[in-house]
Design a protein around this ligand. Structure first.
Ligand SMILES: [Zn+2]
Length: 719
């Protein structure tokens, strides 16, 4: 299985969701007053220009952000007041539609805010972000705890149960009602006050948790001498020399205590004692028994979360959190994980045996320890699959891959991509390119696709997809502004950008998110919202088209000779896809299971270290590896709530992905089967969250997803 860790994307998505779910309608009089102030602030202004208006990325000024945010929030609150002050009985139109319409100014400011946060950050911006975060949190509470507003929503909801609305409206009111109810809108005043106090306390604990992990990442740097570099690549040597120099240790080599350095160091360094040290530092983050120890924070967080869901009448956090996820209950999640776990740890045994054989044959008497796994796995990979990743790269050019994306979108979605005339659409950096997306048959305008491909200072790492505007029709048709962002290394002018197979997969992955944005056919904004354990499906499934023959034969060509990638090399890539799945699945699942078990356990007298040890012992966790994120450093779950009892979501979406991919593999037209691909677009992409994801999947597949395909993909036995 493939796992994508993009917490920062999700963080901004949560923020975005918070902003968009709160809206309301501006009355004319107020609009006039505010327009006078807006005139001076470009971030609040309505988007003008071609394609239904586009963000004024060329006019962004950081001095505008704070006042724009403040005015945006104020306007939004006034809009809420206008809804609640309406003397007429609450209806879908005068309450829900107005709520869906509201917050436009703040939405626009938020687009710029996220560009600063993700694409062009600076110390100046981060200072503003630090100031704005608590203000935004306060603003969100004002709306989620607004009793008059919730009373109106509840009337509309209750009425809809007796006298149902149109299907999509029914879904909107249900989602909005649940969102408010799940967040304490129904509580009495005392409980509401306690609820808000808990949230405030939690937000501080989340910050402390994250800062402690960060402190341990900064405080435990391993410095190497020249004679300790054996096995490391030239680029790693260079970059670690630079880091040491920046830290005032000229002539040394610094291994920072982060995943991006730990992982290659453990894979390539021949120095076993140093591997152990680097491993120890990394997996002890937040667990060193000092001022940065997170164990007490975790206990407090678990207790507060339990207390908060008990206020709402739930037994545990998982029951509360999962009710509107695709999985629905913790039991369903545990059932999936328990089904995969035995195969994963059995595979670890085989992998360790392969590694031990290599260690023994080289005269190395070491018994494989956790700090040896990556090192010997790499040796097994070379021996068993003989795959040279550098050779593969020669056939993966960014330009050609971009054309491959367009080809796939044309085949599956009937889309056409054309570059917009130079300078016609403002961008926030000269590297960003923009294409117009149209329907191949009708020529209808669908939206714009922005691509920001290259790494640069101030841009966050990783790859992500986002929207500047989503498709809706309830208030006049809005077309989509979607964007993909990567961190490829910018080449010298005229040189091709060559990428790894994994990076090419990620490029397809993010484009899958973009296609999910473009294909939306929903009427209301709320229906564009994501479901945490479903939202990675559309992106993961698109990755599968990278290795289809049509893409390989047209676009995977050598950058110098233009020759198509050799069949033997493709065969090697495919054969190696199940390599190391024992390690990958086990380290992931151990964390996902721990996440669920921690939130279902009684938090009263919990000892986190002991709980982790006992749980892993019960699971028969192989001693040769550890959880991908040990509890005291599990930021997904304890630096916020985005992934709390949700880390399983990657595998949940993976089950759907593997099952859907098998449907294509078996279809008469394979991955380009017209009937099946139009079904996929119709049921799994276009509806977004306007129908229940499980129901949508059944419409596509004729049955629920089975885990067998995922097991086969991972090379695990199917029962
Ligand atoms: Zn994704």
């Amino acid at each position: 299985m493939k796992i994508y860790f993009k917490s920062a994307t999700l963080k901004s998505m949560i923020f975005f969701a918070l902003i968009t779910l709160i809206g309301c309608d501006l009355n004319k009089e107020k609009a006039v007053t505010m327009n006078e102030q807006e005139n001076t602030n470009v971030l609040l202004e309505e988007w003008t220009g071609p394609y239904g208006g586009v963000p004024a990325f060329d006019k962004m000024s950081i001095s505008d952000i704070k006042p724009a945010m403040e005015i945006g929030m104020e306007l939004n609150l006034k809009e809420i007041d206008a809804i609640t002050a309406n003397p007429d009985a609450p209806t879908f139109e005068n309450t829900i539609v107005d709520l869906e319409k509201a917050g436009n100014e703040l939405d626009r400011v938020n687009i710029y805010y996220r560009i600063w946060s993700n694409n062009v950050s600076s110390p100046e911006y981060r200072k503003i972000q630090g100031e704005m975060a608590p203000k935004l949190s306060e603003f969100n509470s004002k709306i989620s705890q607004n009793k008059e507003l919730f009373d109106r929503i509840k009337v509309v909801y209750d009425n809809s149960l007796i006298d149902p609305l149109e299907d999509d409206q029914q879904r909107v009111i249900q989602l909005i009602y649940e969102r408010f109810a799940m967040n304490g809108a129904e509580l009495d005043d005392d409980k509401k006050a306690r609820y808000a106090a808990i949230n405030k306390e939690l937000s501080t604990l989340y910050t402390n948790f994250a800062n402690n992990v960060l402190a341990d990442e900064e405080n435990y740097v391993v410095y190497l001498n020249e004679d300790q570099l054996s096995g490391l690549s030239e680029s790693m040597t260079k970059s670690t020399a630079k880091i040491a120099l920046d830290k005032g240790q000229e002539g040394k080599y610094a291994i920072p205590n982060t995943r991006s350095y730990m992982s290659p160091f453990l894979t390539y360094s021949t120095e076993r004692t140093l591997r152990k040290k680097v491993w120890n530092n990394y997996y002890s983050r937040g667990d060193n028994g000092d001022e940065f120890d997170n164990n007490e924070n975790i206990t407090k967080i678990l207790k507060l979360r339990r207390e908060r869901v008990e206020l709402l009448g739930y037994d545990n956090y998982g029951d509360w959190r999962l009710q509107n996820r695709m999985a629905k209950t913790p039991e369903n999640v545990m059932q999936l994980m328990n089904a995969v776990w035995p195969a994963a740890i059995a595979r670890v045994k085989e992998e360790v045996a392969d590694m031990q054989a290599i260690a023994n044959s080289t005269g190395d008497k070491n018994v494989i320890a956790p700090w040896d796994y990556r090192y010997y796995a790499e040796k097994v990979r070379k021996q068993k699959y003989n795959l040279d990743s550098d050779e593969v790269k020669q056939y993966l050019q960014l330009d050609k891959l971009t054309l491959a994306l367009f080809f796939v979108a044309g085949e599956l979605f009937n889309y056409n991509f054309d570059p917009v005339p130079e300078g016609s659409v403002p961008v926030f950096h000269e590297d960003v390119k923009v294409w117009e997306v149209t329907d191949k048959t009708s020529g209808d305008h669908i939206g714009l696709w922005y691509l920001d491909p290259f790494a640069r200072p101030g841009k966050r790492s990783g790859a992500w997809a986002t929207t500047y505007r989503s498709h809706t029709t309830f208030d006049g048709k809005k077309t989509v502004l979607g964007s993909n962002n990567s961190n490829f290394v910018k080449p010298a002018p005229g040189e091709p950008v060559l990428v790894s197979w994994d990076d090419a997969s990620t490029f397809f992955h993010e484009f899958g998110h973009a296609l999910h944005f473009f294909s939306s056919e929903v009427r209301y904004p709320t229906l564009n919202g994501g479901v945490r354990d479903y939202t990675e499906f559309q992106s993961q499934v698109l990755e599968r088209w990278l290795s289809t023959d049509k893409v390989i034969n047209q676009f995977l060509v050598h950058h110098k000779t233009n020759k198509v990638i050799p069949k033997e090399l493709v065969a090697k890539i495919k054969k190696s896809s199940t390599f190391n799945q024992g390690f990958v699945t086990t380290e992931y699942l151990a964390s996902a299971i721990m996440d669920m078990k921690l939130h279902m356990a009684d938090p009263e007298n919990i000892d986190i270290d002991a709980f982790e040890k006992e749980t892993l012992a019960e699971l028969n966790m192989p001693k040769e590896l550890v959880m991908r994120h040990r509890t005291p450093q599990f930021g997904h779950v304890f630096s916020g709530e985005g992934y709390a009892t949700a880390y399983y979501g990657y595998m949940w979406a993976d089950v759907l992905t593997a099952d859907a991919a098998e449907a294509f593999a078996e279809a008469p037209g394979g991955f380009y089967d017209k009937e099946l691909s139009s079904k996929m677009v119709k049921y799994l992409f276009a509806p977004r969250n306007s129908i229940d994801p499980a129901e949508a999947y059944r419409k596509f597949r004729g049955r629920d997803a089975k885990i067998d395909a995922l097991m086969r993909d991972s090379g695990f036995p199917v029962k």
